[in-house]
Design a protein around this ligand. Structure first.
Ligand code: PEP
Ligand code: CO
Length: 453
């Protein structure tokens, strides 16, 4: 493996400015933006290069088929939602899903949250019209506000700092919870289920907790040891690195290491709408040492994928690239095989992860954006099968999930219907799986990643 830095002499964190940058907000006062960016630059980083390198190593084990990647969390974090309850609930669902996956599959799970910085959103239109009034579209809480007034929709550079601070608060609390024993297997009461209804999965989950507790007691007795000392739970952060001035401000060199790190998150990813080869986002990403995700879909040609991989992972380092495919359940069978073929043919090292959310969004007759649990599950099953049929392994899954009992996606064990969507629809952008649906999907998935006996 070649350990030379990813970035070349003709790259620095600002070279993206010479390329067309999609999805960037228009700020009325460039000086205020500059002042916010300067202040951001002086703030300490949120993550370290050691953690980033550790994630890269763990992703190399995913690449080798020894572990599975679980990346999940909010579609779009909100500044107001940075609260104890939300952080605990979201952490809990991520931990519980990962335990179900470990228990069912007997594989290591690399946990990556869509959190602590998932604040900027790509949109399909620049403007939104309601009752004859046209305003700039909502682009996420570090850009503008979701309310429909001209003042709220005006991009405000100060929000970049508010987002950075909230990301720091979130990470700080997550780290304390994990370090303080929230994920300690000796205390299953910490990960008790909160099923709103008596889901069919409740029994499965309780059986699993009981079995883990008994096995651990058995092993500790036999080995005269306490697993607490050796059992370290890790959770990494990720977000779509969309707002390039914000990301640039956090892209730094660190002592005694080559290259540049985005120190606002462990795993930044390039969105589907910004993955063009000649575009500013790909230019920015090509210089990073972080492992990176790239969303690909029906509009991504095999040649584009090949070129993206060569550009973004020039040393072909295992664990560096995560290709997150998002086709939709009707499209995956047509579009995924040629992409797998080109990666194999060109001997490209990349982890394949399935995002079964973004290709399955539809709008109900009442105008509500939703996704059907069955389509999500079907796309995931198709992904496992297509990869396996081509001698490849699906290395991970990318989900939009909340620990809250929202009603945003239809279906699942509790059979949410379209009429239920009005009850507790909270997401300002994409519909997320609720707690019940997320746990149901984890159980179904664990059967798919279990070793064949
Ligand atoms: C997202 O992950 O929230 C998103 C916008 O996805 P995509 O870029 O795949 O559309
Ligand atoms: Co989304």
């Amino acid at each position: 493996m070649n350990d030379s830095p990813t970035s070349s002499l003709d790259w620095h964190p600002g070279t993206w400015r010479k390329k067309p940058a999609m999805q960037q907000p228009h700020y009325a006062d460039p000086e205020r933006l500059q002042s916010a960016i300067e202040r951001l630059r002086r703030l300490p980083p949120l993550v370290t290069s050691w953690e980033i390198e550790s994630l890269k190593q763990q992703l190399a084990t995913v690449d080798a088929g020894q572990a599975f990647l679980l990346q999940s969390g909010d579609c779009c974090e909100s500044l107001d939602d940075c609260s104890t309850e939300t952080i605990v609930r979201n952490l809990k669902v991520l931990m519980q899903m990962s335990f179900v996956l470990i228990y069912g599959s007997m594989r290591k799970i690399v946990r990556v949250g869509r959190f602590a910085g998932q604040y900027a959103k790509p949109r399909s239109a620049d403007f939104e019209t309601r009752d004859g009034v046209t305003l700039p579209v909502f682009r996420g809480d570090i850009v503008n506000r979701n309310g429909f007034t001209a003042a709220e929709r005006e991009p405000d550079p100060e929000l970049l700092l508010r987002g950075y601070e909230r990301a720091a608060l979130t990470l700080n609390f997550v780290r304390s919870l994990i370090g303080g024993g929230f994920a300690d297997l000796h205390h299953p009461e910490n990960w008790e289920l909160d099923f709103p209804t008596h889901s069919a999965r409740e029994r499965d989950y309780l059986d699993m907790v009981h079995s883990i507790t008994r096995s651990m007691q058995f092993m500790e007795t036999v080995m005269s040891t306490n697993f607490r000392e050796s059992y370290g739970v890790e959770i990494f952060s990720s977000h779509e690195a969309l707002h390039l001035s914000y990301e640039e401000a956090q892209t730094r060199k660190v002592p005694r290491r080559d290259g540049w790190y985005n120190l606002s998150t462990h795993l930044p990813w390039v969105g589907y709408r910004t993955n063009a080869i000649g575009g500013a986002h790909v230019e920015y990403f090509r210089g990073l040492e972080n492992p990176i995700g790239v969303k690909v879909g029906a509009a991504t040609s095999p040649e584009q994928l090949r070129d993206l991989c060569r550009l973004l992972n020039p040393n072909n380092t295992p664990g560096k690239m995560v290709l997150i495919h998002r086709f939709g359940t009707d499209q995956i069978a047509n579009y995924l095989p040629p992409l797998i073929e080109v990666v194999r043919r060109e001997k490209i090292r990349a982890i394949w992860s399935c995002d079964p959310m973004h290709g399955n969004t539809y709008v109900t007759e009442k105008g509500i954006k939703t996704r059907d649990f069955t389509s999500i599950y079907n796309e995931l099953v198709a992904a496992f099968e297509i990869h396996a049929s081509l001698g490849n392994g699906l290395g991970g899954v990318h989900l939009e999930v909340t620990g809250d009992n929202v009603t945003e996606c239809v279906g699942g064990a509790t059979q949410l219907a379209e009429v239920d969507l009005q009850r507790a629809y909270k997401s300002p952008v994409d519909p997320r799986l609720n707690y019940d649906q997320a746990m149901e999907l984890a159980f179904l998935m664990s059967e798919k990643i279990a070793p064949k006996r």
